[in-house]
Design a protein around this ligand. Structure first.
Ligand code: HEC
Ligand code: HEC
Length: 298
């Protein structure tokens, strides 16, 4: 400072506030040279100290060339090893519970709060990954893929029924699968076109809708001979054959005349894969419990 001429560089004191200015001036407004507040400087230096202590204790700096990873810090703390330890502990706990899940019978799982919670969460995620593609999110169903969240069941809605369906599938390649197929009455020429037409009216009448009375009368004996063995004499269906109830408003393939006609002409006989070989018993259990919980469990 000594070599500067006093006229231009002596610190100027602002007349109004009595504070030194920086010498910068814009349109007559001068910048005051306030010192930084004491609290600000304290926090600044405290942060510096904390940072240095942190570098020493904790993993912090990228490694020098030739070293791996980063400086490990005096405490040798590592998130990765902590997470690994947590996961191992969780897995141990889970596998104990899953072993129980598979060994206890389904009904007693429902009575055990911890087990049923685990079953529901395992079941929900397995369902999302494996079943929702066909049955829809939350089991809401789609044409040809039954709704699992209602109380209409093709093959039975008790926990044991659902578990059996899951394990072996429906018309799957598993030897113990549910079988029974509705014949293709039209396509395979068991019935004529007009007989199929009459039966369509008969099915419409069964589900308590207005139908052509003459056709219904003509179809009564056809139904008895061709359909009653699976769908029942009154059309209520048969779970041992996966034959749907034809008297309700719930349709797997649609309840309008065209859809019914298509089914009688040549049914699709939907296939559901067997899951018993893909999942461990605990997951099958969990899925059955989840499906059962969706709202329609019996
Ligand atoms: C490839 C498609 C597909 C996938 C994937 C699938 N399902 Fe199915 N599922 C079906 C079809 C089709 C039916 C109906 C078969 C029939 O017509 O009887 C069915 C029927 C069922 C039934 C019997 C419903 C009843 O009314 O009796 C249950 C329970 C079921 N599925 C559960 C599951 C679960 C749980 C999963 C996942 C592990 C799953 N499904 C995955 C196609 C599928
Ligand atoms: C061997 C047993 C069997 C016989 C016989 C049979 N059905 Fe079926 N029917 C089924 C099965 C099983 C299904 C479900 C097919 C599926 O899941 O893909 C079905 C489905 C249907 C459906 C579709 C229901 C829906 O919810 O969409 C209609 C309609 C129907 N049958 C009418 C008939 C009529 C009419 C006859 C007589 C001409 C008949 N069935 C004979 C087993 C049978």
């Amino acid at each position: 400072m000594t070599d500067r001429s006093p006229e231009s560089h002596a610190p100027e004191i602002d007349a109004h506030s009595g504070i030194e200015t920086t010498g910068h001036e814009w349109d007559g407004i001068k910048e005051l040279n306030n010192p930084l507040p004491r609290w600000w400087r304290f926090i600044f230096w405290a942060s510096v100290v904390v940072a240095i202590v942190y570098w020493i204790l904790m993993p912090a700096w990228p490694a020098l060339p030739g070293m791996q990873g980063n400086t490990t810090g005096v405490l040798r703390q590592s998130d990765r090893s902590e997470v690994a330890a947590d996961i191992t502990a969780m897995k141990a706990e889970r596998s104990a519970l899953s072993a129980k899940l598979a060994s206890v019978d389904a009904a007693s799982i429902l009575k055990d709060q911890g087990l049923s919670q685990l079953a529901l969460s395992l079941g929900e995620s397995a369902f999302g990954d494996n079943c929702a593609a066909c049955h829809g999110a939350g089991g809401r169903g789609a044409r040809g893929y039954p709704t699992l969240a209602d109380d209409v069941w093709l093959w039975g809605g008790s926990l044991d029924d659902v578990e059996r369906t899951l394990r072996y599938g429906i018309r799957s390649s598993h030897p113990e699968t549910h079988t029974s197929e509705m014949p293709a009455f039209g396509r395979d020429q068991f019935l004529t076109r007009s007989q199929v037409g009459d039966l369509v009216e008969y099915v419409v009448a069964l589900s308590r809708r207005e139908a052509d009375a003459a056709a219904v009368a003509r179809a009564a004996s056809l139904f008895e001979q061709n359909c009653a063995s699976c769908h029942g004499a009154t059309g209520l269906g048969d779970r041992t054959k996966g034959a749907p109830n034809l008297t309700d408003a719930d349709w797997l393939y649609g309840g309008d005349r065209a859809a019914i006609q298509r089914t009688i002409h040549g049914p699709r006989n939907g296939v559901m894969p067997a899951w018993g070989d893909r999942f461990d018993p605990a997951t099958i259990r969990a899925l059955a419990i989840y499906v059962h919980s969706l709202g329609g469990g019996e």
